[in-house]
Design a protein around this ligand. Sequence first.
Ligand code: ADP
Ligand code: MG
Length: 348
Amino acid sequence: MSKSICLGVIGGGQLGSLLCSAAKKLKVKSVVLSDDKDGPAQHFCDEFIYSKYDDNAKVREFISKVDVVTYEFENIPVEFLNFIQKEKKVLPSPKINKIAQNRKLEKTFVNELGINTTDWVFIKSAEDIKKNQHLLPGILKSNTLGYDGKGQFILNSLDDVKQDWCFTNDYILEKKVDLKKEISVVIARYADGTMISYEPIENVHKNQILYKSKIPADISDKIFKNAINNAKKIAENFSYIGILTIEYFITKKDELLVNELAPRFHNSGHLTIEAFNISQFENHVRAVCSLKSKPIEKISNAEMYNILGFEIHNYKKKTFKKNEFFHDYLKKEPREGRKMGHLTILKD
Ligand code: ADP
Ligand code: MG
């Protein structure tokens, strides 16, 4: 009998948890390395190793146990991934990680492929903002380490630039676009070049945090095709392996702009767990573990709602209909705005 594959997962949050559940279904063993002692993935994986990235002994233990390593979020120091890569394959390649965790590199890469983003500039000082007033009203975003709107400041005019800002970090300034809607494309690419794209997903944010996702997205055929074609172009260009997500803006003038890339499965793709025969998580496990790809089939239209903070208490008590699927991330403590679970509703 052949030995089962063992997948190493860096990060113990809800994305890691959902990935481990998909691995289990495929009889792939999962070992999670988490720098959070309470990481909820401990309830879903086969083995949980709590370790800081600089704890050599623990990290070596993790490396020795797994066949291939993947990660649940892009903000992992690239040097750390490169260190692991010396021993075990890291997929998706740390090369894309470096780009996706840096807004300047990310937008430059996308623009060089001939794909549009919002107008933007790199900012190192208040003076740089003054020189680029044409981008106001705009959004100042920290160049690295942002998520769920963290590290972002809306600048309506130069008056919003405070005198005491010291710009110890790098930023980008992006023109604020008149959004008609936001969509995402989740695509899997396998080592043999096979690409499998889910249909575009329509996303609604509240306070810059994803509130709701749904399929089908209410978009034109042209945007539907372009959104998938751009995603394929980006994945192909990277010789990408695993799930890649492209977040898009659609402006009131019907322009399609790339907002950002996530070199991973994505919150908006959670509805693929029930709405398709093969979820984004299963496709990721298959691709990074060199399992065979399988065509995807849509089972149903769907809506997904994130459950934030203390809302989770109500859901834990609720009973659900046959077409409603509640996922509890089993996080130890609810906090305001924290993603605690999600609900997917199949629509037909
Ligand atoms: P994060 O890395 O925190 O996800 P994003 O750049 O995706 O940051 O921004 C989060 C959300 O804020 C977007 O999904 C969108 O709703 C809103 N937003 C960000 N940039 C712009 C912009 N230039 N114009 C209008 N809305 C924006
Ligand atoms: Mg985003």
